[in-house]
Write a protein that binds this ligand. Structure first.
Ligand code: NCD
Length: 369
């Protein structure tokens, strides 16, 4: 494991190893360790954050290391027009590991191509948020005692809420039943649904009936409508408040279920639900520090553990990625890279009379060639 940009690049065994390392860090997260003395974490945050940045920094400090970075790119040379590649080349002279949050989809992968040190994806636009997913998996496993075969209900902005796509893809090897409840236009991106169904064989249901979905939930994962990704306030106002988990919805849920939320919340989980013992979103934050301590320690090779991952190679095609939010649209020097879709999918597409399909290596958008 050289970088940590996408949890779905790990095998199921790899994800289990990451979780085992995170579990080992749980009791050590309070007292601290002296593992990373002399090591420096750079947190490069081009988008706002409270939990992710502070918990990465807390994790590095608890490991005995140090931190530097910026919490607002407007105070960096980015405003002078510096590319992500050049900023990366600069920071890797000052730090041993980088945690990057960036609005462009695929930014962390692009950063990893220019970094001589490990890169962690701390959120790349509406695409993925794998360190959040690791802590979500750790929360679910710790609180429910298992990950296999769960009924997971994803609620809210599943289109731009990167934590939802990230969790859905990472859970896939554990054979969940995914029930998606989203306002119109904010459903899971079609390429994510296709990948879940066709490549990963995951049962994905889509419904607008939150009450019905809540009745079967082992885990209700609620997300905020990502107002910052909307092009107009009117569009946001049309979907604001579409789904609210309140006391009435919680009353329908099974007794041992979990209500999770990556936070910050707006109105999608009513404050009255905080008192419900199944509401574990504040406990969820508690798992962020050990999960990130494990990631830092593994990437810096401070703890011995083999984490099996899959090598995903890109093929250069003279075809710009059609996703306007892809990092290749804003960082124009990047080459377009794609992976061909798997044989099983190809034959399915052939049956549908479609052409050969490729997936953008950066943002996972699919294109037909
Ligand atoms: C999430 C994010 O940034 O994607 N927050 C987090 O990292 N805990 C969710 C959100 O902003 O809604």
């Amino acid at each position: 494991m050289r970088h940590f940009v996408d949890l779905s690049r790990f095998t199921k065994e790899g994800v289990k190893e990451l979780l085992a390392a995170a579990e080992e860090m749980v009791p050590r997260a309070r007292d601290g360790l002296d593992l990373a003395r002399g090591k420096i974490l750079a947190t490069l945050f081009y988008e706002p954050s409270t939990r992710t940045r502070l918990s990465f920094e807390a994790a590095m400090l608890r490991l005995g290391g140090s931190c530097l970075g910026f919490a607002d790119a407007r105070a960096s040379s980015v405003v002078k027009g510096e590319s992500l590649a050049d900023t990366t080349r600069t920071v890797d002279k000052y730090a041993d590991i980088i945690a990057l949050r960036h609005p462009a989809e695929g930014a962390a992968l692009a950063c990893s191509f220019y970094a001589g040190v490990p890169v962690i994806n701390a959120g790349d636009g509406g695409h993925l948020h794998p360190s959040q997913t690791l802590l979500d998996l750790l929360t679910i496993k710790s609180e429910l005692g298992r990950l296999e075969g769960l009924n997971v209900v994803l609620v809210g902005d599943l289109r731009y809420g990167r934590t939802a796509s990230s969790l859905a893809l990472a859970l896939a090897p554990f054979k969940p039943r995914l029930v998606c409840v989203a306002p119109e236009g904010l459903e899971l991106p079609p390429h994510v649904v296709r990948r879940l169904r066709l490549e990963l064989g995951t049962a994905v249901e889509e419904t607008t009936d939150l009450a019905e979905a809540a009745r079967v939930a082992d885990c209700l994962y609620v997300t905020r409508i990502q107002q910052e990704r909307f092009f107009s306030t009117d569009d946001y106002l049309k979907v604001k408040g579409s789904y609210v988990v309140d006391r009435r919805v919680a009353a329908l849920m099974p007794p041992g279920a979990l209500i999770l939320h990556p936070l910050p919340r707006r109105d999608e989980v009513a404050v009255e639900v905080d008192e419900d013992p199944r509401a574990r979103y504040f406990a969820q934050m508690h798992y962020g520090v050990p999960a990130r301590m494990a990631l830092l320690a593994l990437l810096l090779r401070l703890i011995p553990r083999e984490v099996p991952s899959r090598e995903v190679k890109g093929e250069e095609l003279a075809l710009p990625c059609p996703n306007p939010r892809c990092v290749t649209a804003s960082e124009e020097y990047l080459k377009s890279l794609y992976t061909p879709l798997l044989d099983r999918e190809e034959s399915l597409f052939a049956e549908l009379g479609e052409r050969k399909r490729y997936r953008c290596l950066y943002c996972d958008y699919e294109v037909a060639v």
